[in-house]
Design a protein around this ligand. Structure first.
Ligand code: SIN
Ligand code: FE
Length: 317
């Protein structure tokens, strides 16, 4: 476990950016290293613009009437809004807010984390209007159980998942748990979860078939051994009753408007309670990392002495 719950960032503020412009390069690299090593970076207020007007729009929707699916999700690359059904006016209004939010984070990220500039890609942005406490979800979808993130529909091939969260609840914290960092969890559980078998499997999609399968949206198309393992590990951890009960836990309470950055493929996390959060996911390729030995793919490869992805793709998965 790390010594402190998170690192509070006070030398980068909105809208100016780095408090000391000359130190920006070094500080930026330092923060990338911390993130990659499993730290959470915390801003007491969003380091990007998020107007009160937009916050009120998100908080003021009658979500129960909008047939909310799970979260509202927005894909910047496709300008596509998903997750609820509503009248044209609500759709246009929420679309505008989510598009603006995604653009603000996309502007902030490369200024704050300079080593990733020009290399990271946007994935999705989401708004989470449901109370997390007491949700009844199938085991593998439960986010109140400790897990590391892996996306069934987007193979990573070792690229890292960087997420930005903002607690929009006007009065209540968003409460998380974390535990041992990824390398420790991997040492303890990766082989039991099947790392050896996944690493030894020589299965690979024939290139042309893979392209067709991906175009058809067939789950599993384009997954590397790394992706197969991470999906398995995600489920394994959630299924592991004793791990969930016995592992050392740190409770984090993110206050209203608190904004935090975390690489959720390498930081086991669970959300215990909280309602109304904005979230943005960015994908960082291995080549952009400042401390690649901390990347889950490198940790796992060191454990099993095998490569787990043929090549790292920089394009969208
Ligand atoms: C997650 O487990 O990735 C969700 C965390 C949250 O919504 O706070
Ligand atoms: Fe998660």
């Amino acid at each position: 476990m790390t010594n402190s719950a998170w690192i509070t960032v006070s030398d980068f503020v909105r809208p100016a950016g780095w408090a000391d412009a000359a130190a920006g390069e070094v500080r930026s690299r330092f923060y990338c290293e911390q993130l990659e090593a499993g730290q959470i970076l915390f801003f007491p207020a969003p380091p990007f613009e998020l107007t009160e007007h937009d916050q009120r729009l998100l908080l003021g929707q009658r979500w129960s009437e909008l047939k909310l699916h799970k979260n509202v999700s927005y894909r910047p690359a496709r300008d596509q809004l998903r997750g609820f059904a509503g009248d044209a006016e609500s759709l246009a209004c929420i679309g505008r807010v989510m598009r603006g939010y995604a653009a603000q984070v996309a502007d902030f990220l490369p200024r704050f984390l300079r080593p990733y500039a020009g290399q990271w890609t946007p994935d999705t942005a989401s708004f989470r209007p449901l109370q997390e406490e007491g949700r009844s979800l199938p085991l593998h979808k439960r986010n109140d159980l400790l897990h590391v993130d892996a996306f069934p529909s987007r193979p990573m091939h070792g690229r890292r998942i960087l997420r930005v969260f903002t607690n929009l609840n006007p009065s209540k914290p968003r409460v998380w748990l974390t535990t041992h960092p990824f390398d420790e969890l991997a040492r303890r559980y990766a082989f039991d979860a099947g790392l050896r078998e996944v690493a030894a499997s020589t299965f690979a999609w024939p290139r042309r078939l893979e392209a067709v399968a991906r175009a058809l949206g067939i789950p599993g198309a384009g997954r590397s051994a790394y992706d197969r393992f991470m999906l398995r590990f995600h489920d394994y951890l959630k299924e592991h009753v004793e791990f969930q009960r016995e592992c050392p836990k740190r409770r984090l309470e993110f206050p209203p408007l608190g904004t935090w950055l975390v690489m959720t493929d390498g930081v086991p996390h669970a959300v215990l309670s909280g309602q109304y959060a904005l979230e943005y996911t960015a994908i960082v390729p291995i080549e952009a990392l400042v401390a690649p030995t901390h990347a889950p793919i490198r940790v796992l490869e060191a454990l099993c002495s095998r490569p787990l992805a043929a090549s790292v793709r920089s394009t969208e998965g």
